[in-house]
Design a protein around this ligand. Structure first.
Ligand code: NAD
Length: 254
């Protein structure tokens, strides 16, 4: 498939998990993929090698997104890399995937834990989009990886749920704002996906039963289940879809 041939995609937190799955899938569809990583350079390089082995194009870019300076570092690196590869600084697809999972009830939430979850899950995507705007081509794509916790009430994930709820709001407000450039802004809401974030739950038989039981398909999700939806939202086939919160939980909320 070459739906994304000639497109350049930046995927944050792409060294593992859902981000890795999205990076591999967008590359498979022909995009040049910038594999952003927080700390793990070796894992990000491994993703790039996997893409190149399959005939695709990719490069790594590291930045700590917990601080707004990290966003500036990321775009400084991106500008340099794009200038070298394309002679410009324009790109087409931004996938805001990097995020942290965080448990905690109202009683357990502290100022520090709340700041931490909002910082990476809301503040980073907001400023990543702000800095992307002068670089993103018209008809570009912004895809935010939110969560199905915004539709299922999990009291023991309070701060995390609020952070993803804010990301949903960011999604539809910016969809309105960027419509005049035909840039679409959508969010994907995964349910429980088999990544490091759920390693504890999915290693425990009780956790496995719970995770599978949430979906009518009686299984939990894989990164590819999310990546395939991201590929559609990144493509021109999704041009008439914007400001939407797309469930990727195998129907957990029905
Ligand atoms: P993961 O922990 O495997 O990946 C998280 C990614 O974010 C990693 O690549 C990590 O390097 C990056 N990251 C973390 N802190 C960072 C920082 N300070 N700076 C830069 N990058 C940083 O988890 P995942 O399951 O692949 O999660 C990806 C996204 O999907 C997250 O936004 C998460 O909230 C969302 N999500 C996951 C699930 C799930 O069940 N796994 C469900 C719903 C939503």
């Amino acid at each position: 498939m070459s739906m994304l041939k000639g497109k350049i995609a930046l995927v944050t937190g792409a060294s593992r998990g859902i981000g890795r799955g999205i990076a591999l899938r967008l590359a498979q569809d022909g995009a040049i993929v910038v594999v952003h990583y927080g700390k793990n350079y070796d894992a990000a390089e491994e993703v790039v090698r996997e893409i190149q082995h399959k005939g695709g194009s990719a490069l790594t870019l590291g930045a700590d997104l917990n601080i707004v300076n990290g966003v500036h570092d990321l775009y400084a690196g991106l500008d340099e890399a794009l200038e070298k590869h394309t002679g410009g600084n324009q790109f087409d697809i931004l996938v805001n995937n990097a995020g942290i999972g965080q448990g905690g009830t109202i009683e357990e939430t502290t100022e520090q834990s709340f700041d931490e979850v909002l910082s990476l899950n809301v503040k980073a995507p907001l400023f990543l989009i702000q800095q992307a705007l002068p670089r993103l081509r018209d008809e570009g794509r912004i895809i935010n990886i939110s969560s199905a916790v915004t539709r299922l009430a999990f009291p023991n994930f309070l701060g995390y749920s609020i952070s993803k709820g804010a990301l949903n709001t960011l999604t539809f407000v910016l969809a309105q704002h960027l419509g005049n450039r035909s840039i679409t802004v959508n969010a994907i809401l995964p349910g429980i996906i088999d990544t490091d974030m759920n390693a504890g739950t999915l290693q425990d038989p009780g956790g496995q039963k719970f995770a599978a039981g949430l979906s009518p398909f009686n299984r939990w999700g894989q990164p590819e289940d999310v990546a395939d939806i991201a590929a559609f939202l990144a493509s021109s086939d999704s041009r008439w879809i914007t400001g939407q919160l797309i469930d990727a939980s195998g129907g957990s909320h029905i």
